[in-house]
Design a protein around this ligand. Structure first.
Ligand code: PLP
Length: 410
């Protein structure tokens, strides 16, 4: 018999979102008349914008002709013109096209990236954080083995991100030679790292021989001009940081699948070899490039019309977030001493239900309001007592969910 990779044995029980889906299914089965609305997951709901659809259609039409047909790209890093456009539009030329690696999404890159570091590497994660960082680390055999709690691993450094520290971690807890995962705007807290936060992070990484794995999947939601949209706005970041990015949330590509990561040429392993050389080897071996149809859509998303349309979609979700925040400011929440955190720069509202457990609040909201949210405890030990409300949803559903939340009894 074939043995299961031992790393899989070490995974904490169930990935968060399937567990939420299971509870929703069970509730629906027991209450068939309940009209459940989800403010639970980060899945997009609004259609692809007309310009993107048009350009993808044109590309597909051309693919049906001998002249316009394209198969594998010459390498897996993506269409040269898309890499060039990302470098110009998203990084103002600070990053070269050759340092941009187009992918089928940030999540896939977050998984693949661990292959380059092997087992035994120190890992530090924000707590709470997107579950993929910890689970991907454990699957790769990095970060040690023993779970100390349901969600905590002994050899992974959890960096608490709480209201008390402005949701940005105290880096002094991080070991030398660590991979440090930072997500800004953050899922789940919605908090954004300030310029000073990122300057300190880059300085820390340099002084302690760390790499930063910077997840900027929500950067297009940043409205505050003082907040960096990419870590490469910080001088020296190209010596320590890899950035993951995604078309999923701003362009509604959650199903289309497209993202990229930046692996700068200056980033070097301990032995002096270039990380981007290893990354090219990795993607040319384990990946065969993102769908060229998706890339045609991404290319359109980053031209003048595409950017304007994306802006409108993002504004729509941010307005949903504002409505949710307003509902949570109601008397019933005030009386229960609920603290609300909404930055207006991310599609999530993060709320602390003082004195209560996340999953209990999740159950109460599902039972009384027929609304699905996300229990903060699923994002890490410091997420306990918090709930994440997602602003991805049709406006009418969000308004209905808000009306129901106003009746919640805590
Ligand atoms: N990073 C964060 C922080 C996310 O919240 C998500 C999706 O919810 C992703 C990455 C995944 O992005 P993609 O759809 O590009 O794989």
């Amino acid at each position: 018999m074939i043995k299961r990779n031992a790393n899989y044995t070490n995974l904490a029980k169930g990935y968060l979102f399937p567990e939420i889906a299971k509870r929703r299914r069970e509730y629906q089965a027991a209450h068939p008349d309940a009209k459940i609305i989800s403010l639970g997951i980060g899945n997009t709901t609004e259609p692809l914008t007309p310009h993107i659809v048009e350009e993808m259609k044109n590309f597909i039409t051309a693919m049906g002709t001998v002249e316009g047909y394209e198969g594998y790209q010459d390498d897996s890093a993506g269409m040269p013109k898309l890499r060039e456009r990302i470098a110009q539009v998203m990084y103002g030329g600070k990053i070269k096209a050759s340092e941009v690696y187009v992918s089928d999404g940030a999540k896939c890159d977050l998984g693949r990236i661990q292959t380059m570091f092997g087992s035994g590497v120190n890992v530090a994660v924000q707590d709470p954080s997107y579950p993929v960082y910890v689970d991907g680390t454990v699957m790769a055999g990095a970060g040690g083995k023993e779970p100390v709690t349901e969600t905590g691993f002994k050899d992974i450094t959890y960096m608490p991100c709480l209201p008390e520290n402005g949701f940005f971690p105290d880096l002094s807890v991080v070991k030398k030679n660590s991979l440090i995962y930072i997500c800004s705007p953050n899922n789940p807290t919605g908090a954004c790292a300030t310029r000073k936060n990122l300057e300190d992070l880059v300085a820390f990484a340099k002084a302690n021989d760390c790499f930063v794995l910077y997840d900027g999947a929500y950067s297009a939601f940043i409205r505050d001009a003082s907040i960096p949209k990419t870590i490469y706005e910080i001088p020296g970041a190209d010596e320590v940081a890899i950035e993951m990015q995604s078309f999923s949330k701003p362009a509604g590509f959650t199903g289309v699948r497209l993202g990229w990561c930046v692996v700068p040429e200056k980033l070097k392993f301990e032995d002096g070899s270039a990380v981007h050389t290893a990354w090219e080897r990795e993607i040319n071996t384990q990946f065969n490039g993102a769908s060229n149809i998706a890339q045609a859509g991404g290319y359109a998303a980053l031209d003048e019309i595409g950017l304007k349309e994306m802006e409108e979609t993002i504004n729509y979700y941010l307005e949903n977030g504002r409505l949710i925040k307003e509902a949570l400011e109601g008397e019933n929440f005030k009386a229960a001493n609920v603290e609300i955190y909404f930055t207006g720069n991310a599609p999530y509202v993060w709320a602390k239900f003082n004195g209560k457990k996340s999953w209990d609040v999740f159950d109460a909201i599902l039972d009384q309001c027929h609304v699905v949210c996300t229990p903060g405890a699923g994002f890490g030990p410091s997420g306990e007592s918090f709930i994440r409300f997602s602003s991805f949803g049709h406006r009418e559903n969000v308004i209905e969910a808000c009306n129901r939340l106003k009746t919640l009894k805590l």
